[in-house]
Design a protein. Structure first.
Length: 277
């Protein structure tokens, strides 16, 4: 099924059908979800079969207990005949100015280390100068907007040849992507997962601590990246906006990379100084 077909199927589904799909996607029985939402299993059954029409508050209540993102909660409301509860603004919109300012401050404040902002599909919407470290040597095709951070990382013409611990790093990225597919049931993300799974990835990692050469590997999986004659070790941190009420804001994430050792910090500081002097 194509992404367009899946989108049409979602739009044509009744609210009860969507509730049942999400409940089954989450692995809940009717009784389990009813207990979570503090309603009777009989009431939930009536909602799923269309014998009862949910109130707006009930739709939102079930959406929260199904751990649905704001976008999916809006879809439930629309299917029930209600207006969306959460705005879905373009990042370029005037009202998004505070968000853009906050992202610029975060990216600038993270210099000289690389940081980027990605959307729901891991497309890069903003980055600081440190992103050049990741783009170096990549195929121009992969750097055409919108640049997909995951595709750039695992594609053979992207960062893959320069990542010393590629099997471990790829495994972590694919786990995150698979988790997002399971949470959102987004056809575009499922297609991205299939695409990336088809790229050559080397041997499977021996385990979460396979890279014994790097002390950071005892704590987290570092990105060990070759740059010119240096071997860099970076730790990735991920930040999102707290308590968002807009779909776009909720789906933005800042992926910031910090040096895992003094040598990496020194190299990145030197590169940044040379680029800005």
């Amino acid at each position: 099924m194509t992404e367009v077909q899946e989108d049409r199927r979602q739009r044509s589904a009744t609210v009860g059908e969507l509730m049942r799909r999400w409940r089954e996607q989450r692995g809940y029985s009717q009784l389990a979800l009813a207990n979570r939402a503090d309603i009777s299993a009989r009431h939930l059954s009536f909602l799923e079969t269309g014998r009862s029409r949910p109130s707006r508050d009930m739709v939102l209540r079930l959406g929260r207990h199904l751990d649905l993102a704001l976008r999916e909660q809006n879809q439930l409301l629309l299917a029930a005949g209600y207006a969306p509860a959460f705005t879905d603004s373009s990042l370029d919109a005037v009202e998004m100015s505070p968000v853009r300012d906050a992202l610029r401050q975060i990216l600038a404040g993270h210099e000289p280390f690389p940081a980027l902002v990605v959307d729901r599909n891991w497309n890069i919407v903003a980055s600081n100068s440190g992103f050049a470290l990741f783009a170096k040597g990549a195929s121009p095709e992969l750097l055409r907007p919108p640049v997909n951070a995951l595709r750039l990382a695992v594609h053979p013409d992207g960062m893959q040849p320069r990542i010393a611990n590629f099997p471990e790093w790829r495994a972590q990225l694919m786990m995150r992507l698979q988790r997002r597919v399971e949470l959102t049931a987004e056809p575009g993300l499922a297609e991205l997962h299939r695409e990336l799974s088809g790229y050559p990835g080397g041997a499977e990692p021996a385990g979460p601590r396979a890279d014994r050469m790097d002390p950071a590997a005892d704590l987290t999986v570092p990105l060990r990246l070759r740059y010119q004659d240096a071997d860099l070790s970076l730790i990735c941190t991920i930040a999102t906006f707290g308590m968002p009420l807009d779909v776009t804001v909720a789906e933005l994430a800042v992926e910031a990379f910090l040096p895992a050792d003094p040598a990496t910090a020194a190299v990145l500081t030197k590169l940044h100084t040379a680029a800005t002097s």
